[in-house]
Ligand binder design. Structure first.
Ligand SMILES: [Ca+2]
Ligand SMILES: [Ca+2]
Length: 210
């Protein structure tokens, strides 16, 4: 048996080099897959939030229509809504509910009442291709200087529409103003938020639509 150093094996060196390249390519591939997954997640979150936002927008339109219709029918209905009183409209018994504990967005005013029971009788709160986005509506009196949050003296209310779609929540707070018999309403978008950190659309504060 021969003793001494074994000569270096060049095919072994090539094998190690090939393995190193293979590991490197695998790492690059995995990083690319990871990056693609992140991009897909961002796109999915963005879509969810956009659907939620437009559902909230639909809620604003519905709330505005319901409030204007009721106001048109009887000037006292808004006060009954604020005070959670029961009244009859077109044969239906209507009444608001207290501010729900599980409302999807924070409100800083306990005078909000839920308009949902009224909307559920007069219309629908689900929207979207598969009716899988849902909005929920709150209403309260604005600060109309009569020291009474249960009585509206200036034809103006605050409406919040919060919509959920998947994990996303979007809310819009608006001012609904009724002037004369014109069914006039004015909206200010002044809140807009989401539970999702990624994919949130930019804020729309200060936008005004007549
Ligand atoms: Ca008032
Ligand atoms: Ca008012």
């Amino acid at each position: 048996m021969k003793t001494g150093k074994t000569p270096r094996n060049e095919s072994g060196f090539a094998l190690i080099t090939a393995l190193l390249i293979l590991v490197l390519l695998t790492i690059i591939g995995l990083a690319a897959i990871n990056s693609s997954k992140t991009e897909l997640n961002i796109a999915a979150n963005d879509k969810q939030h956009k659907v939620a936002f437009y559902a909230a927008e639909a809620g604003v339109e519905t709330g505005r229509a319901v409030l204007n219709t009721l106001r048109e029918a009887d000037v006292g209905y808004w006060d009954l809504l604020l005070a959670q009183g029961t009244f009859t409209y077109n044969g239906d018994q209507l009444s608001t509910n207290p501010l729900p504990d599980d409302y999807p967005v924070a409100t800083n005013n306990p005078n909000f009442v839920s308009l949902d029971p009224v909307v559920d009788i007069l219309g629908s709160r689900t929207v979207g291709q598969n009716q899988d986005a849902e909005f929920t509506l709150l209403v309260r009196d604005n600060e109309d200087l009569d020291n009474n949050p249960l009585v509206d003296t200036d034809g103006t209310l605050v409406l919040i529409s919060a919509a959920t779609y998947g994990d996303a929540v979007a809310s819009i707070e608006t001012i609904i103003r009724y002037i004369g018999n014109d069914q006039y309403a004015q909206e200010y978008y002044n809140t807009e938020n989401t539970n999702r950190a990624t994919g949130a659309v930019s804020g729309v504060s200060g936008q005004k639509r007549m």
